[in-house]
Write a protein that binds this ligand. Structure first.
Ligand SMILES: [Fe+2]
Length: 203
């Protein structure tokens, strides 16, 4: 009964956000739809969110659950979109907690990451951030060391992916027409300039 109540709980806004029209402009190869829900309707994920944010920010940070549907409607190629190339996010904080109810395999656009590139003392990343005019890196510019540290988050159903997206990350392309369903927890709207001044609250 409780589960039923949670599944049919209210959305924050009943209209579906067409994220692809903002992110991918006129291209219609992958369609992204988003709806948001109060995290209180997802008690297990809410507890995980509390645990992770307490560890990382020093206090629990509440956020909304963003339900994302990535729908591949035509054959995708590596250069169809920029977010399928390794790139860095510039907003802060760039912690992403992603829940996948379904199994993710190589064909279903797994999240990709290059290990250690989120670290502030990473020499390659320091140079990239200071000198690159763009936020993404073409595959041919990846060093052997970066290539060796590339991972794809292929995972079973009911998995949690936690990432700092100031490191190189991407959405791998869909290898066949498919739908990827994920719930994202992000924290950019929870912080502002005053959070920096109040840094002791978070330590
Ligand atoms: Fe990104």
């Amino acid at each position: 009964m409780k589960l039923k109540k949670n599944i049919f709980s209210d959305w924050i806004d009943k209209s579906i956000i067409d994220s692809s029209s903002i992110k991918y402009k006129d291209s219609n190869i992958v369609k992204i739809s988003c709806m948001k829900k109060n995290i209180k309707y997802l008690p297990s994920l809410s507890r995980l969110n509390d645990y992770v944010t307490k560890k990382i920010f020093g206090k629990k940070i509440n956020t909304v659950a963003e339900f994302f549907l990535h729908e591949c409607i035509d054959t995708e190629t590596p250069d169809s979109y920029e977010d399928t190339k390794f790139h860095i996010d510039r907003y802060l904080p760039c912690l992403k907690i992603i829940y996948t109810p379904n199994k993710i395999n190589e064909a279903s656009a797994p999240f990709g990451f290059i290990k250690k590139t989120h670290k502030l003392n990473n020499e390659f990343m320091r140079n990239f951030t200071l000198n690159s005019k763009k936020f993404f890196i073409d595959d041919e510019h990846l060093t052997l060391d970066l290539k060796n540290n590339e991972v794809s988050t292929i995972c079973p159903e009911n998995s949690l992916i936690i990432s700092f997206t100031n490191g190189f990350h991407k959405r791998n392309i869909f290898l066949k027409k498919n739908v990827r369903k994920m719930i994202f927890f992000q924290f950019t709207n929870n912080f502002n300039f005053f959070s920096l001044l109040n840094y002791k609250k978070y330590n």
